[in-house]
Design a protein around this ligand. Structure first.
Ligand SMILES: Cc1cc2nc3c(=O)[nH]c(=O)nc-3n(C[C@H](O)[C@H](O)[C@H](O)COP(=O)(O)OP(=O)(O)OC[C@H]3O[C@@H](n4cnc5c(N)ncnc54)[C@H](O)[C@@H]3O)c2cc1C
Ligand code: FES
Length: 256
């Protein structure tokens, strides 16, 4: 983990409210792996005080570049959207444990909902050469990042709540049948809590191993403040920023 200044190589709007940023820093890029995240200081002032946790979308070692995708939801991400190419921002990372990607010859389902699809690109990149990757992506309205996912998987299925593209409804609709038809050995997922909770239940009922990337409000992001603690199924408390954000689904309690 490093605390480093990163040069903003690009920062552009992709679709309404969703932005892509590329950050140049050799040290953080070289240590990063799929499922880890960055704690971003969005400006050089005292407010906002807290850094914003954002997942690593793609690791480009040759270019010493990390790609992130973020949704503008509040003060911090609004400031990020106004950052210009060439500006420098301070970043702590890579943080968290990331996905367990030590898989070979498996049928893998990658399930993403909303901006939760962001960390799944680097995951698919790490898995697709040695495994069969089936990707299920859910959006509210307009899909994005789909062309990138197409590079790193066998099959891709899109759902939208509005019906603007792909199947109408949630990504979890009809998923059980797809998991059985494709003889899925392991599921990886990131997205809204309700989606993760449903996947935990589906994975449990079909007896399929499942890794979930969780989101919790964070302060320090490095395991020091206990602000992101969650309860595990054996009654222990774990820190999402340090022990996660990725957990096996049977390891954690997910509340509504
Ligand atoms: C491990 C992890 C990875 C994430 N990866 C991404 C990503 O790749 N892209 C993306 O768009 N978003 C991601 N998020 C969510 C992102 O951190 C929040 O949307 C962002 O912090 C909101 O900041 P804000 O100032 O715009 O919103 P505000 O609502 O003004 O934020 C107020 C405070 O609440 C915290 N907060 C608000 N929403 C969330 C949230 N959903 N999760 C955690 N903290 C929150 C903020 O960090 C801040 O401290 C991730 C969250 C976590 C925990
Ligand atoms: S945010 Fe401080 S321990 Fe996780």
């Amino acid at each position: 983990m490093f605390m480093e200044d990163c040069m903003v190589k690009s920062n552009e709007r992709i679709v309404d409210g969703i932005y892509k940023m590329e950050l140049i820093n050799e040290k953080i890029t070289n240590q990063s792996k799929a499922g880890q995240f960055l704690q971003i200081k969005v400006n050089k002032f005292d407010t906002p005080l807290l850094r914003r946790p954002i997942s690593i979308n793609e690791i480009k070692i040759d270019e010493s570049t990390l790609v992130i995708y973020y949704k503008v939801v509040g003060k911090g991400t609004k400031i990020m959207a106004d950052i210009k190419t060439g500006e420098v921002i301070n970043v702590i990372g890579p943080l968290g444990t990331g996905f367990d990607i030590d898989m070979k010859n498996k049928n893998i389902a990658v399930v993403g909902g909303g901006i939760g699809i962001a960390p799944l690109i680097e995951l698919c990149k790490s898995l697709y050469k040695d495994n069969n990757v089936f990707t299920y992506l859910g959006f509210y309205d307009i899909p994005y990042l789909v062309e990138e996912f197409k590079k790193y998987g066998n099959e891709i299925e899109i759902s939208t709540v509005t019906g603007a593209a792909g199947k109408k409804g949630f990504v979890t609709g009809g998923l059980e049948k797809a998991l059985l038809d494709n003889k899925i050995d392991i599921i990886y997922a990131c997205g809204p809590n309700a989606m993760l909770k449903e996947l935990k239940d589906i994975a449990g009922s079909l007896n399929i191993k499942c890794q979930l990337s969780l989101e919790e409000r964070m302060a320090c992001g490095i395991g020091a403040c206990l602000g992101c603690s969650i309860e595990t199924t054996d009654g222990e408390m774990k820190k999402v920023c340090y022990d996660g954000p990725v957990f096996w689904s049977n390891e954690v309690m997910l509340n509504d």
